[in-house]
Write a protein that binds this ligand. Sequence first.
Ligand code: AMP
Length: 292
Amino acid sequence: MKVFKAISPLREYLAARSSAGQQILFVPTMGALHTGHVSLVERAKADGGEVVLSIFVNPTQFNNPEDLEKYPRTVGEDLAAAKEAGVDCVFLPSVEEMYPCGDKATVSLKAGKMAELWCGASRPGHFDGVLTVVSALFNIVGPDKAYFGEKDWQQLQLIKRLVLEQHFPVEIVSCPTMREADGLAMSSRNVRLSADERLKALCLSRALEFVSQGIGQQLALPELLQKARVMIEAEGFEVDYLAVINDEVLPAETAAEAVRVLGAMNVGAVRLIDNMPAGFSLNVTDVNQNNM
Ligand code: AMP
């Protein structure tokens, strides 16, 4: 497995792989790799080609300095996990390499309407940072395909728009959310939870499942969302948002236009997000047996 910290040799290497007829298959991450990230790599490997994984904790997408500081960084383990997963090439740039004029970059992309609500509302500037860094990474790596998780649904929709509107010649492949046995969505931030918080954090996926299964049944969407809010608050956590959205990532007015259920909550200083399609089941029977 090749590891590059600098852009020029990475570009040279990938140009040679491309010339040799390999598709460039790109999995961007912020590291602290878990099974969710590995599932993206596996999906890329199944497509056949040169699998490139980037690890870069992008400062411009953190609106909260404490979150940036506390974000888990486990490069040694990540490289071992990447190798084990069959990654061909890792790009591991420094902040200076990615932002040659400093991370208060001169040029930044601005996410539009689709970023106004949900994570965009509670994390001002977050999606501007995401789009700016993903665009820079696409320019560096020049992928034929790039793999993103549905776990970050709003981000995924914005990246599809980025590619469409900025005419990047890349196909975006969306990959389903990987979950722990009890239904909790895997996240690099889960390691920051205490054992008690980890158990209780299940309430987010449970609440979303409740809404997801209730869509089009007796209760109207606002009532479903209100009950879900109570399920989360009963565990002592603060709801950031809960929403049923349409395909424009705006609130669904009716069950018929409901595409996805989204939620975010704060567990102390740790912010967790999750989402699922309408009518989704976690397929978890006995939560107690499956808890870590
Ligand atoms: P991150 O390192 O959190 O920026 O995530 C890198 C990529 O992995 C993004 O495309 C995420 O959507 C994806 N990802 C994160 N968690 C999961 C998960 N539980 N299942 C599938 N994909 C995930």
